[in-house]
Each structure stands twice: as structure tokens, then as C-alpha cells.
Design a protein around this ligand. Structure first.
Ligand SMILES: C[S@@+](CC[C@H](N)C(=O)[O-])C[C@H]1O[C@@H](n2cnc3c(N)ncnc32)[C@H](O)[C@@H]1O
Length: 272
């Protein structure tokens, strides 16, 4: 499928629309904000991370570089992205400041970065798609790479309420994974907090927003009128993509009251 949004190379170009991961399908349709709480929660996370000009910032899984552009506007000392997908890595590189920033292909669990070399680390819509064991390893890696007192922010898919029965969690996980064609393992808000605390962090704040990734109001907020027109045009001209989007939207709608976007911002405790 070629789209009007394909002026840059996009991940998943060689994959069948009916089977490609939901986030890359949405990207091919022109969507640029691929995280559950939208730009509103991204901005809240960045503001709580209080990035300033002396900070060395690391982003785990920058995807197509939407947050990277927002964070570069905060003028950090340096920016390093670590992203698994090589096409996404190339897509982000055009935004970087020469000599100060880099985006490397790699995994968040083993970044290859020096210990205590970052002041701020964040990642969005990435831990959710990793297993419990991988989540713990990635959080451990963030802990290792941050200096003492460094700030860590995540923006992920949450489940509501905190005492949601295990059977409901399993049902949502299965329905989501089936529709987005990639394992989705969201946690309740208190489980996300606990995951960071178990990794040695002190949680400073959390905030949630409705999971409205494919609802018109959020689409307008995140993508603007032109963006929504472009996405609509692309959806209309590809029946296979339209089927996938409608399927994803119906799963998001069905479980809307039990899902949310969530940010958790934490600080690395100094070793005692
Ligand atoms: C849903 S997209 C979100 C991209 C971006 N953070 C955003 O919010 O727009 C998930 C991204 O995580 C990346 N990813 C998933 N697991 C990863 C891992 N273990 N290490 C590095 N990148 C990973 C994928 O390649 C993809 O770019």
C-alpha cells in the first residue's frame, strides 16, 4: 500500500496490511501520534521530566520521532534514541542536531550506553508490547543508564480499575493482541507504579487519559484537521486497511472503560 503520507520511508513497508502491527499500519495511513494517551499525556510527561539545557536525554523506542521533536524544542544538551526498527531509526535521524544527538538501532533492554550517563530517560508505547520479564529488564537498564537522581518517564497503556479481575485482564490482552497483531500486555496503573518501584525508582507522579487513540476528538487534537483528512483519505482508498482500523477501533471501544493512557514519572533513588 502506498499512501500520500509515504514521503519518508516507513516501517513495515514489506508487510501485508492484514497482518502488520497496528502501530505501523496507522503510521502508513499517516498517523504520527502512536501512544495511548495522545500528545496531551506526552506533554504532561515532558513537563514533569522538566528537561533543561544541561540534560542528557535518552528516548527508548522513539518510533517515528514525534516526541523527539518536542523534546529537542526543550534544547537538551544531547539526545540519544534507541530503537529496534531500523527503518524507524532512519526516519528519526533527519530531526537530529548534528554533533549532539544520535539515534541508534538497538533494544531497550541492552542499550549499550554507559552507566550513569543520562539525566532523563523516557519511553512511550513500548513497555506495553514487551513481556513482564522484558519490562523488568528494560526498567533495570533505564536504572543503570540514569545517574543518581535522574528522571524516568513512561507513557503506556493502562488498565482500570486497579482491582480489575485477572480474567478481564487476560480477555483484554488477548483481544488487543489479536487486533493489533502484536503482543499487548498492559498493566493497571498501580502495577505500572510497582514495576518502576521494584526497579529502584521513586514514583513522583502519575496521570491518566482516556484511551481514545482512534476517536475523532483525539485524532483532531493529535493530528490536526489536515492530518485527519489525510488519514481518512488513506483509510478510504484501502479496503484492507479500513477493515483493520475498524476492527481495532471496535476493540478499543469495547474495552474503553477498562483502558487508559497512563504516564508515570519517577526518580532514580541514590544508592545507599
Ligand atoms: C507503538 S510504537 C511507539 C513509538 C513511539 N514511542 C511513539 O509513541 O510514537 C512502539 C515502538 O517501540 C519499538 N520497540 C518495541 N520494543 C522495543 C525494544 N525492546 N527496544 C527498542 N524498541 C522497541 C518499536 O520498534 C516501535 O517503534
Amino acid at each position: 500500500m502506498s499512501t500520500a503520507a509515504s514521503t519518508v520511508e516507513l516501517p513495515g513497508a514489506n508487510l501485508d496490511v492484514s497482518r502488520m502491527p497496528g502501530h505501523w499500519l496507522l503510521a502508513r495511513l499517516g498517523k504520527r501520534v502512536l501512544r495511548p494517551g495522545g500528545l496531551e499525556l506526552t506533554r504532561a510527561m515532558l513537563s514533569r521530566l522538566a528537561v533543561s539545557s544541561g540534560d542528557r536525554v535518552v528516548e527508548l523506542a522513539p518510533g517515528l520521532g514525534t516526541t523527539l521533536r518536542l523534546v529537542l524544542a526543550m534544547n537538551p544538551a544531547s539526545y540519544t534514541g534507541v530503537e529496534r526498527d531500523e527503518v524507524a531509526v532512519r526516519a528519526t535521524r533527519r530531526f537530529l542536531r548534528q554533533g549532539r544527538d544520535e539515534c541508534r538501532q538497538g533494544v531497550a533492554s541492552k542499550t549499550g550506553l554507559d552507566g550513569a550517563s543520562a539525566d532523563v530517560i523516557f519511553g512511550e508505547a513500548m513497555l506495553t508490547m514487551n513481556t513482564a520479564e522484558q519490562k523488568a529488564t528494560i526498567i533495570g537498564e533505564a536504572f543503570r543508564v540514569l545517574k543518581d537522581g535522574g528522571r524516568y518517564g513512561i507513557h503506556e497503556l493502562g488498565l482500570l480499575p486497579d482491582d480489575l479481575p485477572e480474567a478481564d485482564k487476560a480477555e483484554i490482552q488477548e483481544a488487543l493482541s489479536r487486533s493489533i497483531h502484536i503482543g499487548a500486555r498492559p498493566l493497571t496503573v498501580s502495577e505500572w507504579r510497582q514495576a518502576l518501584e521494584a526497579g529502584g525508582f521513586e514514583v513522583i507522579s502519575t496521570q491518566t487519559a482516556p484511551m481514545h487513540l482512534l476517536q475523532l476528538g483525539r485524532l483532531l487534537q493529535d493530528e490536526g484537521v489536515l492530518g485527519v483528512l489525510r488519514i481518512t483519505f488513506n483509510v478510504l482508498r484501502s479496503p484492507a486497511a479500513r477493515r483493520r482500523v475498524l476492527e481495532m477501533r471496535s476493540v478499543f471501544r469495547k474495552y474503553e472503560s477498562k483502558m487508559c493512557g497512563v504516564i508515570v514519572v519517577a526518580r532514580k533513588r541514590a544508592a545507599s
